[in-house]
Design a protein. Structure first.
Ligand SMILES: [Zn+2]
Length: 77
């Protein structure tokens, strides 16, 4: 077994408001007790409030190509 480095491509999924702003999760607010629970999001432009099941923005990483180590002697084991 060995460790291998990979490049990665970060991707963000955002919800866009009608005004062109972006909805951001309000982590200070508690979830709506709906089924399923929904989280409060606030438009960053005019402050419109919407409730979504997911927590936006969603960030995920796509694994890219393996990175070849130039100097294996520097790898800490
Ligand atoms: Zn808006």
């Amino acid at each position: 077994m060995k460790e291998q480095k990979f490049t990665c491509n970060p991707t963000i999924i955002q919800t866009i408001c009608d005004c062109g702003g972006v909805f951001i999760i309000d982590r200070s607010a508690s979830a709506l007790t709906s089924d399923p629970p929904k989280m409060k999001h606030i438009c960053d432009k005019y402050g419109k409030v919407e409730y979504f099941q997911s927590l936006y923005p969603i960030v995920f990483f796509e694994i890219g190509k393996p990175i070849e180590e130039e100097s294996p002697s520097k790898v800490v084991k």
